[in-house]
Design a protein around this ligand. Structure first.
Ligand code: ZN
Length: 247
């Protein structure tokens, strides 16, 4: 049977295996991303049927074999059912799950990423918030969790903390007005810079508590398209669906 492991996590994806089984990827607080086998999880009477669907968050009980985890039991505390009623929000949600799966590491502490994912899905369920902004906040914050975030607080060339005006992907951050401009640099206004600085410094619980103007939204999108989407280690399949449904 192997060693027992009780882990807190969220199902990122589920694949049908054979006639009745599933293979799932779970982002766990204790061990980062793990892959597990859920025997019989597609049988209509299985206790694991809903628990092994994407977005399910809770406590998962595994038996750990030599190279695989086998799911024995799950106690789900949040299925994020609000997302299934809203196709657009669900598309954003699947994109967040996919991105988390790409950036999550195995056998690593997954606490920060799991917390980010949880708060982000809760924000998605809140219809008062703009999903386009939630997406960009999540993208920037995932880079923070992985330590690959841009420097938005001082000039990447001279260290100046004032007059930060240009964002350069090549230089991985801001450049000030006095330094030579990189050819890939885009002009960033003060409100957009402040918004992005806030996203990098805010407590997780305060991350989705603000709104921005359309101009800031567009500028934020431009930065994250070039810094996150284009730089990502893979292309996100869910992003194609999102583009088709949300524009
Ligand atoms: Zn400078």
């Amino acid at each position: 049977m192997g060693e027992q492991a009780v882990l807190t996590g969220m199902v990122l994806n589920a694949m049908p295996i054979g006639e009745y089984d599933k293979r799932i990827t779970v982002l766990t607080k204790e061990r980062g991303k793990i892959t597990a086998f859920a025997r019989g999880a597609r049988r209509p009477t299985s206790q694991l049927l809903a628990a092994t669907n994407p977005f399910s968050f809770g406590e998962f009980e595994f038996f750990q074999g030599r190279s695989t985890y086998n799911l024995a039991k799950a106690t789900i505390s949040n299925y994020f059912r609000g997302l299934s009623a809203d196709p657009e929000a669900a598309c954003y949600g699947f994109y967040f799950l996919e991105a988390a799966g790409v950036y999550a590491q195995e056998n690593n502490d997954g606490l920060e990423l799991l917390g980010l994912l949880y708060q982000t899905l809760r924000a998605l369920e809140n219809t008062a918030l703009d999903n386009r902004l939630i997406r960009r906040v999540f993208e920037l914050r995932i880079l923070l969790a992985e330590g690959e975030y841009p420097n938005l607080f001082s000039c990447q060339s001279c260290g100046n903390k004032e007059s930060l005006q240009w964002f350069s992907v090549k230089r991985q951050g801001m450049l000030c007005a006095g330094c030579p401009r990189e050819e890939d640099a885009v002009r960033i206004d003060a409100s957009t810079l402040y918004t992005m600085q806030y996203v990098l410094t805010a407590k997780l619980e305060k991350l989705y508590t603000f709104q921005v103007s359309e101009a800031v939204q567009k500028a934020f999108e431009q930065v994250m398209d070039s810094f996150f989407v284009m730089q990502a280690p893979c292309t996100f399949r869910s992003l194609e669906i999102l583009k088709a449904i949300a524009g």
